[in-house]
Design a protein around this ligand. Structure first.
Ligand SMILES: [Mg+2]
Length: 259
C-alpha cells in the first residue's frame, strides 16, 4: 500500500483494499475446483416436493380411494400458493368429507420423507458438468438437509458419476454442520485435495450458501433462476456472492469462458 500514499492517505486509504480486491479477483472460469449446492442449484427442489406429494397421497390411497389423484394436484396447488411445512394439514383440513385416518398427516409426512424420489437432471446441467470435467476441473457437491433424504436425491439424479465428491453436511455433525458452517467446505477440500483459493461455490440461497463459502475462505456464485424458492430474495451485502448468473446457459458461459 505504500506507493499509493502519495495520493493522500486519508481520502484514498479506504478505497485501496477494494481496488486491490477487484484486481486480484479471478473470473469464475479461473477456478479449478467448482462445487455445487444441490437443491434449487443442480435441480429444481419443487421436483422433489411434487414427487413426495405423489408418494404421500399414494400412501393413504387405501383410505381416501378414488380422490387420490385430485389430492396430489391439490397438494401442489397449496404449495404453489405459498404453503410450506403445513401442506398435508391444509390438504386434510380442506377435504373434511374424505374418510381420512386420524393420523393422516403423520402418515403422509413419513411417506414424503421416506420416498424414493423420481428426479432427472436437466440435459443442460448434465452437459455442463460433463464439459467442465473434460476441461479438467475438479467438481463437487456440498448439500445440507437430512442425510437419507439428500442421499436419495443424489442417487435419483445420478450425480455421483458426474462429480468427484459429494459432501453431506448432515453427516459431519447434524444441523450444526449445515451451512453456513465451514465444516462441509473443509471436508470437500480434504476429499478433493484442493485449497480454498482455487474453489468456487455455486449456490442459490442467500441465507447461508455464500456466507458459508466466505467463512471457509472460498469465493461464491449465486445462481438465481427466476421462479425458484429463493430467487426473489435480495441478498444483504454481507451475505451476497462474488458472482451472479440467472440461467444455466449464463452459468456455463461464465464457468467455461476462456477470455
Ligand atoms: Mg439450495
Amino acid at each position: 500500500m505504500k506507493p499509493l500514499a502519495r495520493f493522500g492517505k486519508i481520502a484514498i486509504a479506504p478505497l485501496v483494499p477494494k481496488f486491490l480486491f477487484s484486481m486480484l479477483m479471478p473470473t469464475p472460469s479461473a477456478f479449478h475446483c467448482l462445487v455445487f449446492d444441490l437443491d434449487d442449484t443442480l435441480f429444481p427442489e419443487r421436483d422433489y416436493v411434487f414427487s413426495g406429494f405423489d408418494a404421500a397421497v399414494r400412501h393413504v390411497a387405501g383410505f381416501v380411494g378414488e380422490a387420490r389423484l385430485d389430492l396430489a394436484t391439490r397438494a401442489r396447488e397449496i404449495f404453489e400458493s405459498g404453503g410450506r411445512g403445513d401442506v398435508f394439514n391444509q390438504l386434510v383440513a380442506g377435504t373434511p368429507d374424505l374418510p381420512w385416518p386420524a393420523d393422516a398427516v403423520v402418515r403422509m409426512v413419513e411417506a414424503y420423507r421416506g420416498h424414493v424420489p423420481k428426479l432427472e437432471l436437466a440435459p443442460e446441467v448434465r452437459a455442463l458438468l460433463r464439459r467442465l470435467r473434460e476441461d479438467g476441473r475438479a467438481l463437487g457437491v456440498i448439500t445440507d438437509g437430512w442425510l437419507d433424504v439428500q442421499r436419495r436425491k443424489v442417487a435419483a439424479l445420478g450425480i455421483d458419476s458426474l462429480v468427484d465428491g459429494v459432501v453431506y453436511s448432515d453427516a459431519l455433525g447434524g444441523r450444526d454442520a449445515w451451512k453456513p458452517s465451514s465444516l462441509p467446505f473443509r471436508a470437500l477440500e480434504a476429499a478433493l485435495n484442493v485449497v480454498p483459493a482455487e474453489c468456487l461455490y455455486i449456490g442459490d440461497n442467500p441465507a447461508k450458501d455464500f456466507l458459508g463459502a466466505r467463512n471457509a475462505g472460498w469465493r461464491s456464485l449465486r445462481l438465481r433462476i427466476p421462479g425458484r424458492e429463493h430467487s426473489a430474495v435480495n441478498a444483504p451485502a454481507d451475505r451476497d456472492a462474488d458472482f451472479h448468473a440467472d440461467s444455466y446457459s449464463g452459468l456455463a458461459q461464465m464457468l467455461l469462458s476462456t477470455t
